[in-house]
Design a protein around this ligand. Structure first.
Ligand code: ADP
Ligand code: MG
Length: 376
């Protein structure tokens, strides 16, 4: 009976997630900080799932699937993540990505700070606790971490982390991407550590974070111009073995470095980040529009994720914005990215009653899941 309920709960949850869509775009607004321009009225206002940006010469409105305003807590964000972790345990590949201008809270959302844990440590904890409650299968987990910088891939969990200069990165960070016969994608030679328990998992995660921040010499804050990818591989051992991947990604800053008269290294970094972020936007837009051709090959980032963004996968993109007047230009750019990622060609054609039906079905399913939970 327990198993039957378990299954019912899972099926209802699956349907619920499907109805909500397999690619969802959220927006999180960072609280104002002291150094921001506090004299003017903040240009960003939020009402339901709409964000309005008003400033001199700018008046725009954007909708996303969900907004987390300045008051939002780490816990609020994680509530939306929890159900898709269930999907990951059930065998789906999952990608959770933090997008936005530097300083808008991507790392805060993904890593968090002491006492205000972000998505990654919470997700790791949740995977261990959900898997231990599952009576029908056993699970094992492994973790990998890599940094994508200037188009090169660096293994953050490799045993020896040399001190690097950016000019050396094309030779020192040269992992390559392989497509296996089954259609899965692998990063060749990437360290993948089995983690038997939560404590070990956290230790390795901390180690990867340390490697990211301490091994570049003579360059400040490479972390804002590189992508940091944490991958948890989930193996479910039941009648058959199923493998799925959970990607947790802190993307490089989306600010337009090129416009500020950058040269040399900064210019290269700007180009690399812009290229990979727009490639990511193109891929997500193609997937949402159900295009037959999805342009995965245009960047390393999208190549690595090519088996985890499309069919059967769940994607959650959190676009971060600043509430400040000083950043209004970048805010509009980030929200335009969100808009493009969310665009569905046929959306305009969905008749109103179908939308209502979908809403109703969602409410029913929500209740079904609650009921099943209560019975358990
Ligand atoms: P990013 O990774 O996008 O460059 P950070 O995560 O480093 O930005 O955030 C910049 C600063 O703002 C950090 O000091 C962070 O702790 C703080 N911060 C960001 N978002 C929030 C939030 N929602 N609540 C409280 N502090 C935040
Ligand atoms: Mg950051």
């Amino acid at each position: 009976r327990q198993r039957q309920l378990d299954r019912r709960r899972r099926e209802a949850l699956d349907k619920l997630i499907d109805l909500k869509g397999s690619i969802r775009v959220f927006c999180r607004v960072r609280p104002l900080v002291q150094m921001n321009n506090l004299k003017t009225k903040p240009p960003v206002t939020v009402e339901h799932e709409k964000i309005a940006v008003k400033s001199v010469g700018i008046k725009k409105e954007f909708s996303v699937d969900r907004v987390f305003d300045q008051e939002s807590k780490q816990e609020d964000v994680f509530q939306e993540v929890k159900p898709i972790l269930r999907s990951a345990l059930d065998g789906h590949n999952v990608c959770i990505l933090a997008y936005g201008q530097t300083g808008t809270g991507k790392t805060y959302t993904m890593e968090g700070t002491d006492g205000k844990l972000g998505i990654v440590p919470r997700a790791i904890q949740e995977l261990f606790s959900q898997s231990s409650e599952d009576s029908s299968s056993t699970y094992s987990f492994s973790i990998s971490m890599l940094e994508v910088y200037l188009g090169s891939l660096r293994d953050l969990l490799a045993p020896r982390q040399p001190l690097l200069r950016p000019t050396e990165c094309s030779t020192a960070c040269n992992l390559s991407i392989l497509a296996t016969k089954s259609g899965a994608v692998e990063v060749e030679g990437l360290t993948d550590v089995s983690v038997p328990n939560l404590k070990k998992a956290n230790q390795w995660y901390c180690r990867g974070r340390r490697a990211r921040s301490t091994s570049w010499t003579n360059v400040n804050d490479v972390s804002s111009r590189s992508h940091c990818l944490t991958r948890i591989t989930i193996r479910r051992h039941g009648a058959t073995e199923e493998v799925s991947k959970l990607w947790l990604i802190d993307l490089g800053g989306s600010e337009r470095l090129l416009k500020t008269g950058a040269s040399g290294l900064t210019m290269d970094e700007g180009k690399a980040i812009n290229l990979s972020l727009s490639a990511l936007g193109d891929v997500i837009a193609a997937l949402r529009r159900k295009r037959s051709h999805v342009p995965y090959r245009n960047s390393k980032l999208t190549q690595i994720l090519s088996d985890s963004l499309g069919d059967g996968s769940k994607v959650l993109m959190v676009v971060h914005i600043s509430p400040s007047e000083d950043d209004v230009g970048e805010t509009v750019c980030s929200l335009s990215f969100a808009k493009r990622a969310r665009s569905i060609e046929s959306n305009r054609d969905i008749p109103e009653d179908l939308k209502m039906l979908k809403q109703k079905r969602l409410a029913e399913l929500d209740k079904e899941v609650c009921d099943a939970n209560e019975e358990l």
